[in-house]
Each structure stands twice: as structure tokens, then as C-alpha cells.
Write a protein that binds this ligand. Structure first.
Ligand code: MSP
Length: 502
């Protein structure tokens, strides 16, 4: 079974920030882990270009929408590599292959009889690119974007979403893990049960978008265009094919309805299978608020990675925020975790272990494994972490790995290898302890490879071990004999307190 995972495709009206990086990083962690388990994986990310707000920003800057997106897309293309994420393809909704696919997709729905023409009038929030009801507004403004929606009235093409209510409810009933976490599935299900309104899939007053095949004077509504990316990419992206469908989608709660309600209905109408699974994660809040340009509290990826390195950011994304929940985050919290966990718990463990090995001749003797408690825990780690990953619980999985790191530190305190080293009678005991430590670090490195890939390689290299991330290596006793081990450079060097910490 292949593991095909997507991130939302991001709007290009401004440049990426830490919130977007969060989704891209967590997606990459999931994909890398499944790759370690020998599964065929495909990872898709990209950008959503045909939004009305994109056309507006372009106009403000005196550019055509196409000129504008062509200038800003490189910054988005950089997002994944800047956090060491490795998507198989970066999709743009302006790709010819995508546009053609959207037209075919909409035509299928039209031919099915699920599209009709009507006049729509309502309040439209350009931030959400969606109509809003009066009840959804707070003081007349969109609560997510803080702007007043505009009155929009046009003759549009409508999708018969209401006709899919029963089928969607059945989908949720038959597949209890269709949407995770469970409370998000409940949220989607009660929205469906509350009654579904047909929605307009075209825009008459816009020109920036994919022309409606049977009515080229109108363009596709941005969501009816964007969601299709998850499928269209498979038709033309290198290394992909439609056999990878159905996908697993990763997204945040802000776009739950589009993904968990509209998208499955559109797919069923067009004659495709519903997505395989959707995981809805929470929102990172900075200073108690969302992160956005309009709030003026954007953190850019490089602000953190230039100082702390990419792995520190990836680690923090999985560790500081319980995956699936909202979280309040601070730079100070990031810094503290870097020092306490990465530099001390893990970094010092490697420094101490390699220094001790170096001092006692620089050799790791294979096969001195003591069995015992550490080995039993390492064995259990393999299955437990994999099971948590199967439920997208990347924070719980990392907790589990980290408890092993802490256990190894306790082992150092208990066995006091520096004392053993002073006693010529106890060299064998010392070799056993050092093997246990090296083996434990190797297990931890492989288990952490999806989260902090560069660090994992550095740990394995420092211990003279082959860089092989296969998941079966998360098992005790597989450390091979090595010589010439020297005291390792600190994995996570000291960093000054953040300036904003006061
Ligand atoms: N273009 C649409 C998605 C179309 S998918 C077919 C869109 N784009 S967006 O640029 O606004 O990206 C929203 C997504 O970015 C969220 O669902 C989430 O994945 C990520 N995040 C943006 N800010 C975030 C936080 N502050 N916290 C967590 N995730 C955040 O919606």
C-alpha cells in the first residue's frame, strides 16, 4: 500500500511564515517515517494561485496576476527545502497540466447532472475566499480575517452539495478514522448533519482563473480549482501516477469544511474515490493570537533556522505542539527546549559517550550487548513508535523516543563509566557499558531520523555506524564493530538567549 500525503497548497498573496512551515515539516516527518518502513511514498505540496486576493495584490502592485505569481512563487518553492522537506513535486495551479485536469474534472461533474445555474447573493470574505452567513460574523467582520465581507451577487454555476448529504454521512459512519483526530471528525459530521447548502463553483466577475469548460466567460471558483490539485498532480507530476490515489491530506482546522465536506462530495460526483484519510492539525498561536501578516506577528523560517539550525525547528514543531491540538508558542520556549532537550539530553549524551569511547581506545567492540532492560525497551520502541505514527501521533511518538534518550542518560549516571575507566580490572565491564550506550544512541538516531535527519546522520557517523535508516534497525544489538571513534563535536552548540526574550 503506498503512502501518498499532501499539504494544503498555500496562497501566494504573501510569503511563507512559520505556520506554513509547520504543516510542511510535519508532513515531511510522516512521509520520511513511512519511507523508513519500506513503504512506497509520495509527498505533494505547492501553491494556490488563482485566488481573488492574489489578483488584488497584483493590481495594487501594478502587475498582471501572472507576473505577480511568477515573482512570488520562488519564495514558496524554497519553503520545503528550507526546512529539509523533500516533496516529490511542487504543484502550481497555473501549471497547464493542472488547468486541463480541473476542466476535465468539472466537466465530469457537469455531465453527471450535479451542476446548475442560479443567482447567488451573499456576503463574501475575500480572506477566506468563501461566503459567510450573518451568524458567522463577529461585529459584522470575519472572525478569522478581521475584515468586513463584501456583498456579492452574480449568476453562477452551482454544485449540488445538498444531494451528497446522505452519502457523506455514510462515509463517516463506515470509516470512523476517515478524519482524525476524532473530535475533528465529529465537527465535520455535525456540519454535514446540520444540512448542506449547494455552493457556487464559478465566478462571473473574475478573469483570473481556470475557464469553465462549458461557459468560458466564467472562471472556476478558487476552491473548486485548488482542491483538485491533489488529484491533478498525479496525472502529470514526475514519479507520480493516478494509481497513488486515494491520498492522505494534512491540513489545519481553518480549512476543515472544504477538505472534509466539499472535497469528498466533489470527488464522488466526478467518479473518484474519496480521500483515504484526512488529518486536521491545530493552530500555532503567537502571543495568544494566530500568526498572520495582518496581525503583524509573522516569524519567518530563517529567523529560527539561521540561529538554531533546521533540525531544531523540525524537532520543536513535533515536540512543542501536541499534533492535532492548538498551541501557544514563544521564541523563548523554542530556545529553552533547544538547550534542555537537544543540547543537554541528546547532544551531551553523544559527547560523553564518544569521549569515553575515544579515551578507552576509540573502539566499539561488537557483540558485547548486555541484553537486559535497555535492550527490551529498544525492542518495544520499534512497535510502539510505528503504531503511534499510524495514527499520525507524531508528538506522542517523539515523547516515546525521548523517554529512551532520558533512560540512556540515567544509565550513564548509574553505571558511571568514567569510574570504570579508572579501574584496569573492569575493562570488560566498561566495554559492555560503552557498547550499550553506542547501541542505544544508534537506535535513537534511527528512530529520530524522520524528525531530525541531519542529526541522525551525524550521530551514526560519530559512532562509525553505516547510515541506514531502515526501521528494522530500531532494534538492539545491531551496532557493528568500529574503531577510530573520536570525541564528537557538540550536536547543538550553545546559542545566546533570544533578544525578544525580555
Ligand atoms: N490555499 C488554501 C488551501 C487550499 S488546499 C486545496 C489556503 N492557503 S493558506 O496559505 O491560507 O494555508 C492555510 C494552511 O497553512 C493551514 O491549513 C495550515 O496548514 C497552514 N497554516 C497557516 N498558518 C498556520 C498556523 N498559524 N498554525 C498552523 N498551521 C498554519 O488555505
Amino acid at each position: 500500500m503506498s503512502y501518498y500525503l499532501t499539504t494544503p497548497i498555500y496562497y501566494v498573496n504573501s510569503t511563507p511564515h512559520i505556520g506554513h512551515a509547520y504543516t510542511t515539516i510535519t508532513a515531511d516527518i510522516l512521509v520520511r517515517h513511512h519511507k523508513q518502513r519500506g513503504e512506497e511514498t509520495y509527498f505533494l505540496t505547492g501553491v494556490d494561485e488563482h485566488a481573488d486576493k492574489v489578483a488584488r495584490v497584483a493590481a495594487e502592485e501594478g502587475l498582471t496576476p501572472q507576473e505577480f505569481v511568477d515573482r512570488i512563487v520562488p519564495a514558496w518553492r524554497e519553503l520545503a527545502p528550507s526546512v529539509n522537506a523533500e516533496p516529490g513535486y511542487f504543484i502550481r495551479t497555473t501549471d497547464e497540466g493542472h488547468k486541463r485536469f480541473v476542466q476535465e474534472f468539472l466537466q465530469r461533474i457537469y455531465d453527471k447532472g450535479d451542476i446548475y445555474q442560479d443567482v447567488y447573493a451573499g456576503l463574501y470574505c475575500v480572506g477566506c475566499e468563501a461566503f459567510k452567513t450573518e451568524e458567522e460574523l463577529v461585529d459584522g467582520k470575519c472572525p478569522d480575517h478581521g475584515i468586513e465581507p463584501e456583498w456579492l451577487e452574480e449568476k453562477n454555476w452551482f454544485f449540488r452539495l445538498s444531494a451528497y448529504q446522505d452519502r457523506l454521512l455514510r462515509l463517516y459512519e463506515e470509516r470512523p478514522d476517515f478524519v482524525l483526530p476524532a473530535f475533528r471528525a465529529n465537527e465535520a459530521r455535525s456540519f454535514i448533519a446540520g444540512g448542506l447548502r449547494d455552493f457556487s463553483i464559478s465566478r462571473a466577475t473574475q478573469t483570473w482563473g481556470v475557464p469553465i469548460p462549458w461557459d468560458p466567460d466564467q472562471v472556476a471558483y478558487v476552491w473548486a480549482d485548488a482542491l483538485v490539485n491533489y488529484l491533478s498532480a498525479l496525472a502529470y507530476a514526475p514519479g507520480a501516477d493516478l494509481g497513488l490515489w486515494p491520498a492522505r491530506h494534512l491540513l489545519a482546522k481553518d480549512i476543515l469544511r472544504f477538505h472534509c465536506v466539499y472535497w469528498p462530495a466533489l470527488l464522488l460526483s466526478a467518479g473518484y474515490e474519496a480521500p483515504r484519510q484526512l488529518f486536521v492539525h491545530g493552530y500555532l498561536n503567537l502571543d495568544g493570537r494566530g500568526i498572520s501578516k495582518s496581525l503583524g506577528n509573522i516569524i519567518r523560517v530563517e529567523e529560527l533556522t539561521d540561529v538554531y539550525g533546521v533540525d531544531a525547528l523540525r524537532f520543536w514543531a513535533a515536540r512543542a505542539v501536541t499534533f492535532g491540538q492548538d498551541a501557544d508558542v514563544t521564541i523563548q520556549g523554542f530556545h529553552d527546549r533547544y538547550e534542555r532537550e537537544l543540547a543537554n539530553d541528546l547532544g551531551n549524551l553523544l559527547s560523553r559517550t564518544t569521549a569515553l569511547i575515544a579515551r578507552s581506545g576509540g573502539e566499539i567492540a561488537a557483540g558485547s550487548a548486555g541484553g537486559g532492560q535497555l535492550a527490551a525497551r529498544a525492542t518495544a520502541l520499534n512497535e510502539e513508535v510505528a503504531a503511534l505514527f499510524d495514527r499520525y501521533e507524531i508528538t506522542a511518538a517523539l515523547d516515546r523516543i525521548w523517554s529512551h534518550v532520558r533512560r540512556l542518560n540515567q544509565y550513564v549516571e548509574q553505571t558511571k563509566p568514567w569510574k570504570l575507566a579508572r579501574d584496569p580490572e573492569r575493562t570488560e565491564e566498561l566495554a559492555g557499558v560503552l557498547y550499550e550506550l553506542a547501541d542505544g544512541l544508534r537506535v535513537v538516531a534511527v528512530a529520530l531520523a524522520a524528525y531530525i535527519p541531519e542529526t541522525a546522520e551525524r550521530i551514526l557517523a560519530a559512532l562509525g555506524q553505516p547510515v541506514d535508516h531502515a526501521w528494522e534497525n530500531v532494534a538492539p544489538g545491531r551496532t557493528v564493530a568500529a574503531s577510530g571513534i573520536v570525541a564528537a563535536e557538540p550536536l547543538f552548540p550553545r546559542v545566546d538567549e533570544p533578544a525578544t526574550a525580555a
